[in-house]
Design a protein around this ligand. Sequence first.
Ligand SMILES: Cc1cc2nc3c(=O)[nH]c(=O)nc-3n(C[C@H](O)[C@H](O)[C@H](O)COP(=O)(O)OP(=O)(O)OC[C@H]3O[C@@H](n4cnc5c(N)ncnc54)[C@H](O)[C@@H]3O)c2cc1C
Length: 382
Amino acid sequence: MKTSYNLLTDEQQELRLMVREFADKEIIPGVKDLDIAGEFPHKLYRKAFDMGLTTMTLPEQYGGMGLDIFTYSLLKEEIARGDAGFAGAIAGCFMGSLPALLSGTDYHKNLVAECLNNGGVMAFCLTEPDSGSDSASMRTTYVDDGDSYVMNGRKCFISNGGVADLLLVFATKDRSLGNKGISCFLVETKSAGVSVGKHEDKLGYRTSATTDIIFEDCRVPKANLIGAECEGMAIMNRSLNRTRPTAGAGAIGNAQYAYECAVDYAKVRTSFGGKPICKFQGVGFMLADMYTQLEAARQMVWHACRCADAGVVDRKLFSAAKCFAADVGMNVCTNAVQVLGGYGYSREYPVEKRFRDAKIYQIFEGTNQIQRVIINSDICKD
Ligand SMILES: Cc1cc2nc3c(=O)[nH]c(=O)nc-3n(C[C@H](O)[C@H](O)[C@H](O)COP(=O)(O)OP(=O)(O)OC[C@H]3O[C@@H](n4cnc5c(N)ncnc54)[C@H](O)[C@@H]3O)c2cc1C
């Protein structure tokens, strides 16, 4: 049967099938135990590195695959179909590296490339205990001291925390400057003054390591400042215009697997005279809606990613794609639990994990409320 995937290039179809096979054979079989333990999947990360997936967005001249945003999002969806948390490990590298690749010097790009090409991990450090959506109110500060900056503060909820080798960190020179005081740095975790704080014990997304990262009189070489001082927010926005369109791909992949489980179950589970439950309209229409919503979200994310690749910066489209895909993901996973009835609520079946994992997509990379704030502000500007 032909699907929209047949419109992809041969290379995209091959890559997508390769990653789907990796998810089916290597990720999905072991993910239940990793989820219960709340463990970062180091072995899977190594395998993904060997396949080139952890460096897929690094330009070819820096040793990566040089994939565009759209192709990255296709593969991210397939990895998240395997496991949302593991897709987050790879997304952390993408988000951590992109500001350096877009706005950095050759030195910054080589620092990122050296880390990722050696199987290293990156993390994106913006959120703080008292500053999440309102990132301009951050308290992590830096001061100029000779040939380095001295950084102090605490970041929280950092994906890849505790496993990352290289951090992308936002810090302010002067809190009173708000958005205009923030700068962006690459900080090696082996630097003196960097430590890992609390590990979050989470509802879902449990194979992703989420921790506090603490900076205590941490000396950051001046060369590690990306762009000019106080340009941090502009650098972040340039990067967000590439990363945000991909944010929904994880939500779709996670929910796609829940949908597949629901369809398989509904075909074999019988009730009222041995009739498969998919033949009851109440269940069948749920499956039809799940398919429709997933396909709508997927096409919206594809379109947003293609716009990003073409340099069409439509902020409200990027936010809408993230927001819609995350809401669809939550809805589809909720309905997948419903289709499986009591078994949907049991750890014996995989959909309860998908339901727990779906929630994160409505919260991180800008909550869905913040996406709506952005969409509305652009609508009202037009
Ligand atoms: C598992 C996980 C992984 C994460 N990974 C990372 C990471 O790698 N790097 C990183 O920097 N951060 C990361 N985060 C942090 C995440 O991005 C923030 O949690 C998120 O941005 C929300 O910030 P907050 O938690 O402080 O909530 P708040 O900003 O305090 O918001 C609380 C509630 O108020 C709403 N709200 C706030 N302001 C408004 C407004 N103006 N209008 C309407 N509603 C509003 C929010 O939508 C939310 O519902 C992660 C979080 C989690 C849970």
